[in-house]
Write a protein that binds this ligand. Structure first.
Ligand code: C2E
Ligand code: CA
Ligand code: CA
Ligand code: CA
Length: 279
């Protein structure tokens, strides 16, 4: 038994070493990516449930690595957060998304804005407010055309502090949305006090719709509560017609998911949703 314990220990440390080598590679690579313009944004349409029209987009970061190809955020966001690199990456994302949204809005269609993800680490960074303010001023994007998606877990880490930060952003005129809603533990008191405009129901509540009673109950309850608080409801991860009709019945305000489109490059988004008929 002792021997096996020892082997396990060695196996464990080997695994740890592999992990830390991978992390170091990603960290070094990310610094290089920032300096050499290897980051990209993909855009996923957000569709108005009633009209079926694409009214906005969520910006999602990708890393175009010269050897690894297109790298998805699941592989680098955690490292970026732990090393603090998420702060300069987030600033880049914000600027790129604002510039892009501005040109699409000038197209005079129904397209009205862009949603940008803000991680816990960025949100706790005291410079975030100044970065957002400066980026809006420099890009000329109307603040109401920018929505910040902040995860429920980030928001609930320190709700009193969050409340103050959210009020600052409210003063700036940007829209605020709680991402991955339902996965954390928002107190209803805070939900009422936060100056937010919308909640985004997490994909985990959509996957088993409409067959699963539990998921149905949760989506119904969250939507009713949000509407009662005058918040709009957006649902992510909509993949099937059955999900779509259930969510339409529930009067969820807007929808996002592979059913409409995967996240696509800016060029593709422009071709599919800005230049040609908006659907
Ligand atoms: P998220 O904010 O919850 O974003 C939704 C994720 O679900 C995206 O993955 C999107 O591509 C994917 N998705 C959208 N529709 C569907 C669908 O119908 N089915 C399925 N199976 N998936 C769908 P992605 O782009 O890989 O991003 C993963 C996560 O990385 C995001 O989760 C977000 O937390 C983070 N992330 C992405 N971009 C940024 C960024 O610019 N800044 C920060 N801080 N985080 C980001
Ligand atoms: Ca999001
Ligand atoms: Ca999610
Ligand atoms: Ca998320």
């Amino acid at each position: 038994a002792k021997d096996r314990g020892k082997n396990n220990f060695q196996f464990y440390t080997l695994e740890m070493t592999e992990k830390s080598i991978e992390r170091m590679k990603v960290e070094r690579g990310l610094r290089h990516a920032l300096a050499h313009d290897e980051l990209r944004l993909h855009y996923q349409p957000q569709v108005c449930t009633d009209s079926g029209v694409v009214v906005s987009a969520e910006a999602l970061v990708r890393w175009q690595h010269p050897e690894w190809g297109l790298v998805y955020p699941d592989r680098f966001i955690t490292v970026a957060e732990e090393t603090g690199l998420i702060v300069p990456i987030g600033a880049w994302v914000l600027r790129e998304a604002c510039l892009q949204a501005k040109t699409w809005i000038e197209n005079d269609g129904p397209f009205g804005g862009v949603a940008v993800n803000v991680s816990a680490r960025q949100f706790l960074d005291t410079n975030l407010f100044q970065t957002v303010k400066r980026t809006l001023a420099e890009t000329g994007l109307n603040p109401s055309a920018l929505e910040l998606e902040i995860t429920e877990s980030a928001i609930m880490q320190d709700p009193e502090n969050t409340l103050q930060v959210l009020h600052q952003f409210q003063g700036l005129g940007v829209r605020l949305s709680i991402d991955d809603f339902g996965t954390g533990y928002s107190s209803l008191t805070y939900l009422r006090r936060f100056p937010i405009q919308s909640v985004k129901i997490d994909r985990s509540f959509v996957i088993d719709l409409p067959g699963d009673e539990g998921s149905k109950t949760l989506v119904r309850a969250i939507t009713a509560l949000a509407h009662e608080l005058k918040l709009s409801v957006i649902v992510e991860g909509v993949e099937t017609k059955d999900q779509l009709s259930f969510l339409t019945e529930q009067k969820c305000d807007s929808l996002q998911g592979y059913m409409f489109s995967r996240p696509v490059s800016a060029e593709q988004f422009q071709q599919d949703f800005i230049n040609s008929g908006f659907k």
